[in-house]
Write a protein that binds this ligand. Structure first.
Ligand SMILES: N[C@H](CCC[C@H](N)C(=O)O)C(=O)O
Length: 281
């Protein structure tokens, strides 16, 4: 296959960084090897996720967004990338809203203030089959055995899908060793047949959560947008917070609101343009 050179835009949303390509034809399929090469910080421009903007998949969309994790796996969606893609589309079209289709469902991006973008992430999926889990459980507090079999540590985190799978632990343990150790152990736990993003949420107040996320396929990132949405939903379901909160992540703050009337989750946060370049596919 002949090599293709494409321009890219490098952006980040609260420190979660992306290479963003734009193509004219739908259905671009990238090999895991190509994705890993481009996402590698020593083999390519480097990023947490590779993002491709495609033409709309339906009449109500402005564009369609595909997401690959740095490990080469194609996934459903990415909250921080939706803000960045939303900003690019709004800058290009000059409109005030952009409908972005993803494999995890349709979303709507709007300008909030300054360079902050709000994305309507749609409704959380809360049934065990939608997360998905390998067996029936109450997703408000699932039974998850972590640790050696002879001395199991049973936790009852919340489980939520924002189009992609999340499990959220409520703990004041935020140190790197714990987050990396527990996160990497749980990411591929058999209870999660499609893998899982692992959040560690320290509820500081009914409207304030400190969050770190070990991401499926990317590891510990500066921020996870869908993880922030999942953490707020899981915290509210446990009676730990109201329906809106500031989520303080390593790379910045996200404002998350779970609207009672529409059941939709709204995520508002910063975007930044880091640079441009070209890559060879
Ligand atoms: N690691 C995620 C995809 C990226 C999500 C994250 N970067 C966000 O901002 O939502 C997954 O495998 O589902």
């Amino acid at each position: 296959m002949t090599a293709t050179r494409l321009p890219y835009v490098k952006m980040n949303g609260a420190g979660n960084d992306f290479i963003i390509l734009r193509v004219d034809a739908p259905g671009l399929d990238l090999s895991p090897e190509t994705v890993r090469r481009l996402c590698g910080r020593d083999t390519g421009p480097g990023c947490d996720q590779l993002i491709v903007i495609e033409p709309p998949s339906g009449p109500d969309e402005t564009a369609f967004m595909r997401v690959w994790n740095a490990d080469g796996g194609k996934v459903e969606t990415c909250g921080n990338a939706l803000r960045c893609v939303g900003w690019l589309l709004l800058e290009a079209a000059g409109g005030d809203r952009a409908v972005i289709g993803t494999l995890g469902g349709a979303t709507v991006a709007r300008r909030a203030d300054g360079t902050r973008i709000e994305v309507d992430m749609g409704a959380p999926r809360l049934d065990w089959r939608e997360v998905p889990l390998a067996e029936e459980m109450d997703t408000r507090g699932i039974e998850l055995q972590v640790g050696p079999v002879d001395a199991p540590l049973i936790h009852t985190p919340g489980a939520v899908s924002m189009g992609n799978p999340h499990v959220v632990f409520f703990t004041d343990r935020q140190d790197d060793d714990f987050v990396r150790g527990a996160g990497s152990l749980i990411e591929h736990h058999p209870l999660f047949p499609e893998g899982v993003n692992v959040g560690f949420a320290h509820v500081l107040a009914p409207d304030h959560i400190r969050l770190r996320v070990w991401e499926r396929g990317a590891g510990l990132t500066q921020a996870c947008g869908t993880g922030a949405c999942a953490a707020l939903v899981a915290a509210h379901r446990r009676g730990l917070t109201g329906r809106s909160a500031t989520l303080a992540l390593d790379g910045g703050d996200l404002t998350i609101r779970w609207d009672e009337t529409t059941d939709h989750v709204f995520m508002t946060g910063p975007v930044a343009l880091d640079g441009t370049g070209t890559v060879t596919l």
